[in-house]
Design a protein around this ligand. Structure first.
Ligand code: 5GP
Ligand code: MN
Ligand code: MN
Length: 325
């Protein structure tokens, strides 16, 4: 069970000399915060530590404040055959992008810390709890098992993961709130952490939003009549903004009350799209995403797609009809 694997992970880490911590592509605060929190604890104990992710090339600006010890390196600096891997918040090897081969090449333990139901159980030790609202909560259990003192720099990383994955605590249960209190008691400035992650964008965001939302569509017949609201963000729409701005469009689209499901279709490269899906309560969007080769959680999932924006939306509507709700 989880307690046993966490104890085993702590035991292995106590003997480690060199640890590489990996986050999923297009990293969010949960995957990077969890990696940086455990990385920082190991770094302080004299372990050689690096934290990396497969793409994009640079660290999202809104997450830079979490790396207080400078542990983040470019993916090219990750050893070809690492001696110890810890993979955070990543349901499958594919989600590591170009760093996926390090899992196979690793000469020692591959500890997977994750909360995706769809976790494929790659790696050698699985600290996976699909009930956890954030990977940061499992990372904290691991740190407690390692007898690490949770101070502000570590707590800040975990809090960032918790606040993002719970949608600003809207979806957090009593246990997550208790842990949030514990993290804040170390001196974390909640709003200083949260505002760059969720509430702050360059002015150009407003122009991008108005163009994208002007073209948003509501289809009340979709998803067995439960409704789909969707928006498309082309490369041209996104020209003047960062990935953070593009990623937050879904939080506006999902506010359409007529739609059970919200989608944002984002162009990553010409003709290659990444789709964010959200459901209110009745549709399992992870199943929908899985029909199209993606994954995620029941109410928040995603997939990638080659084609035109119209083809992505048609495929999405088809998948919504195939999944029961
Ligand atoms: P987001 O819309 O915030 O990018 O992703 C929401 C959830 O869906 C996250 O838990 C993420 O792991 C998952 N997800 C997003 N895109 C993909 C994808 O292309 N493949 C898989 N397997 N999961 C995805
Ligand atoms: Mn994540
Ligand atoms: Mn997560």
């Amino acid at each position: 069970d989880l307690s046993t694997t966490i104890a085993e992970a702590a035991r292995l880490l106590a003997g480690a000399r060199d640890v590489t911590l990996l986050s999923h592509i297009n990293p969010d605060a949960d995957t990077l915060g969890s990696a940086l929190a455990v990385g920082l604890a190991l770094h302080r104990r004299g372990v050689a530590v690096r934290v990396a992710f497969g793409e994009p090339e640079t660290v999202p600006e809104s997450l830079k404040a979490l790396d207080t010890a400078g542990l983040l390196v470019h993916r090219d600096e990750v050893p070809q055959a690492p001696e110890f891997l810890v993979v955070m918040d990543t349901g499958s090897v594919q989600r590591l992008g170009p760093l996926g081969d390090r899992v196979t090449n690793c000469t020692g333990p591959v500890v997977v810390v994750d909360h995706h139901v769809s976790n494929t159980r790659y790696g050698t030790l699985h600290c996976v709890d699909s009930q956890a609202e954030a990977t940061a909560l499992i990372a904290l259990r691991l740190l407690d098992e390692m007898d690490v003192e949770i101070d502000e720099p570590i707590a800040r990383c975990l809090y960032a993961g918790l606040v993002t994955d719970t949608g600003g605590f809207r979806k957090a249960g009593p246990e997550a709130h208790k842990i949030a209190a514990r993290l804040l008691e170390t001196g974390v400035d909640a709003y200083a952490v949260t505002r760059p992650l969720m509430d702050s964008h360059p002015f150009a965001y407003l122009g991008m939003l108005s163009r994208v939302l002007a073209k948003a569509e509501l289809d009340q017949k979709a998803a067995h009549g439960l409704g789909l609201a969707h928006a498309v963000v082309s490369l041209d729409d996104a020209r003047e903004v960062r990935s953070e701005e593009v990623e937050s469009v879904i939080d506006v689209v999902r506010s359409a009350s007529e739609a059970e499901v919200a989608a944002v279709v984002k162009e990553l490269r010409p003709g290659f799209w990444s789709v964010s899906l959200r459901a209110v309560s009745r549709v399992d969007v992870r199943e929908v995403a899985q029909v199209l080769g993606g994954g995620g959680h029941r109410l928040a999932a995603g997939f990638t797609f080659d084609g035109t924006a119209e083809q992505v939306v048609a495929a999405l509507k088809g998948a919504l009809e195939r999944v029961e709700s």
